[in-house]
Design a protein around this ligand. Structure first.
Ligand SMILES: NC(=O)c1ccc[n+]([C@@H]2O[C@H](COP(=O)([O-])OP(=O)(O)OC[C@H]3O[C@@H](n4cnc5c(N)ncnc54)[C@H](O)[C@@H]3O)[C@@H](O)[C@H]2O)c1
Ligand SMILES: [Zn+2]
Ligand SMILES: [Zn+2]
Length: 363
């Protein structure tokens, strides 16, 4: 079928809407009519990250829409189901069976190779391949081919423009707190970078009753949201030493830290802000290397680690967070700014300069 997609034509190029030919769903595929697609920072990074031979390419991994067609082998989904899409996993390898689907043995092939496992692309244009299958969806498009493993069925009453970001950004920040760090109320958390991922972490920590939460971000608007969620904030440009300020606010150092900036120097600050035996989870994507303060690491027995999607299984985490949203303990709706799909350029410009937190395209 013909559909519209936001195509990135080459390395470092912008997103431009273009007509593409999307395959009919194969036996194990699901055709989803997109209602809304969140833009995650990772969509912006991929365009400069992939090799030139992987273009043109369609990204997008926070799609939400309505199932139009299911292949013969698809179980658990049927036409008219409303779904939030997340990343893919095989659900069959030992890692998947242990519940750690973000580290599936086939993660690279299923999410990042730009094509199906058999090397075919799901999209073409003028007879040439258009790379896609990003997170098994490439949902910066009016239609997407997805899979039962990455489609999470949601209540059809939900506004899909508000729940699209649960498939990646919100799940990653919240999952890092709820699955990876599991802070106790009397412990403390510092979050460097209060974008969609960082603010989801702050909201989840507040929901868990963590009393001492600090958020660091140069953008006043984002600090204001973090404060509304219950954090104390630090403007890194307004203090002599961010690390000293965070230590002051957390009584000597934070039990846990999360970095979402992907800025090597900031990752180091986040590590230095920890208390003895503290743990930092570096979530950002974009820098080839991080800086670690080796003396501080050793002396204080700290841990620097990372996580894919907050160690979440989307089939569990998305419904869990939607329940928290319904209960009022995960108040992320205000972070969403919607744009008509045609205004993707504006959406990207706005999130890049920090004017909005979570742009969501409406198809
Ligand atoms: N690990 C995963 O599974 C996963 C999943 C989703 C996103 N990501 C990555 O997480 C990162 C965050 O994503 P996002 O959508 O929230 O991005 P974002 O750009 O909205 O957030 C980053 C924030 O860092 C802030 N920042 C910049 N300089 C800073 C400094 N010196 N100190 C403190 N904060 C500073 C920015 O103002 C911004 O608010 C990206 O790198 C993205 O690719 C990783
Ligand atoms: Zn697997
Ligand atoms: Zn993402």
């Amino acid at each position: 079928m013909k559909t519209r997609a936001a195509v990135v034509e080459g390395q470092g190029q912008p997103f431009t809407l273009s007509e593409v030919e999307l395959d009919e769903p194969r036996e194990e595929e699901v055709l989803v009519r997109m209602v809304a697609t969140g833009i995650c920072h990772t969509d912006l990074t991929m365009g400069s990250f992939l090799p030139p031979e992987m273009f043109p390419n369609v990204f997008g991994h926070e799609g939400a829409g309505v199932v139009e067609q299911v292949g013969a082998q698809v179980q658990g989904l049927e036409p008219d189901d409303h779904v939030v899409m997340s990343f893919r996993s095989c659900r069959d390898c030992s890692t998947c069976k242990a519940g750690l689907v973000g580290y599936c043995d086939s993660t690279l092939l299923l999410n990042y190779m730009g094509m199906r496992m058999d090397g075919t692309t799901t999209m073409q244009r003028d007879g040439s391949p258009v790379f896609g299958s990003f997170f098994g969806q490439s949902s910066l498009a009016a239609h997407a081919l997805a899979y039962a493993d990455n489609c999470v069925k949601v209540d059809p009453e939900l506004d899909l423009t508000l729940v699209a970001p649960y498939g990646c950004g919100f799940q990653t920040g919240a999952g890092t707190v709820l699955n990876v760090l599991r802070p106790q109320a009397e412990e403390s958390l510092v979050v460097y970078g209060a974008g969609a991922v960082g603010l989801a972490a702050v909201a989840a920590a507040a929901a868990e009753g963590v009393e001492s939460i600090v958020a660091v971000d140069p953008l006043a608007g984002r600090r204001a949201v973090a404060e509304r969620f219950g954090a104390t904030t630090v403007d890194p440009g307004a203090v002599e030493s961010v690390v000293d300020r965070v230590k002051e606010l957390t009584g000597g150092g934070a039990t846990y830290g999360i970095d979402t900036t992907a800025i090597p120097e900031v990752v180091k600050q986040a590590q230095q802000s920890l208390a003895v035996r503290g743990t930092l989870v570096a979530l950002g994507l974009g820098a080839p290397e991080y800086v670690v303060d080796a003396i501080d690491l050793l002396q204080a027995g700290k841990t620097v680690t990372s996580s894919i999607e907050g160690d979440s299984d989307p089939q569990e985490m998305v419904p869990r967070l939607l329940d928290m949203r319904a209960a009022g303990t995960f108040p992320m709706d205000d972070l969403v700014t919607t744009y008509p799909a045609e205004e993707i350029g504006q959406a990207v410009a706005d999130v890049t300069r920090g004017a909005v937190v979570k742009p969501v395209l409406v198809w």
